[in-house]
Ligand binder design. Sequence first.
Ligand code: GUN
Length: 295
Amino acid sequence: MQLIDGKAVSAAVKLEIAEEVRKMLAEGKKRPHLAAILVGHDGGSETYVAGKVKDCEDCGFKSTLIRFEDDVTEERLIEEVEKLNQDADVDGFIVQLPLPKHISEQKIIEAIDYHKDVDGFHPVNVGRANLGLPAFLSATPAGILELIKRYNIETAGKHVVVIGRSNIVGKPVANLLMQKSYPGNATVTVVHSYSKDIKEQCLSADIIICALGKPGFLKADMVKDGVVVIDVGTTRVPSTETKSGFRLKGDVDFEQVAPKCSFITPVPGGVGLMTRVSLMKNTLLAGSKAIYPAR
Ligand code: GUN
């Protein structure tokens, strides 16, 4: 069993990005700039955004954080999105989710100029990615692909089972792994809460991507020997052993499943860090106009 080390890979990717930024600056280009809009004071969102600001520093990016209180109106938020759309200094930006219930997340996502949509959530980027065209890929699927690449895991002709069908993980990762490219060319099955044969599908899987948000869901009797397991779950569970009072638990019963795996990602230290670094990669692509040409 080999542990897939998201910490080491994400650190390596960040160094590569920082080197690219140094080159861009030496060529007289501008420093890539990521902005983030954060609404309210949700603990999880605060932690995510603080991580993104730190990642920007590590990569040599400029970052701007724009905060609103929970009672901000949808109109005001859209006005801010439009301001960022127009701001030539901002290469890419995100609106941290979830948003308060009185604001339509879909409306906000669609208000973002897709040229700056470094989350890859805008329908244009989702559609282009599905078609195999250059696009901003959403961060978690991109991070999973990067791990598969860096560990030279074969995907062509393999049976990949994706557990979970969310718009930001299950659907895009399934789609990317069936593209005519590497990592890709896989036979992909997506299972979800209505599937009747999750265990049978998993038992025939060469690669399992677990993204359903149920801690410890995948058990040893659901996987074959030699399987590759990618655990996307990051549920906060109470813990007396940490300062924060919680710890992150994945969707995989790691103790049970790991001995049967050829490769497995830990939680924490696996996919989560890659998600963060993929946003940085998208910001670099936005800054260097690598996906969409300068307008
Ligand atoms: N909330 C949790 N993950 C994400 C993410 O990747 N992007 C945004 N915008 N919000 C999130």
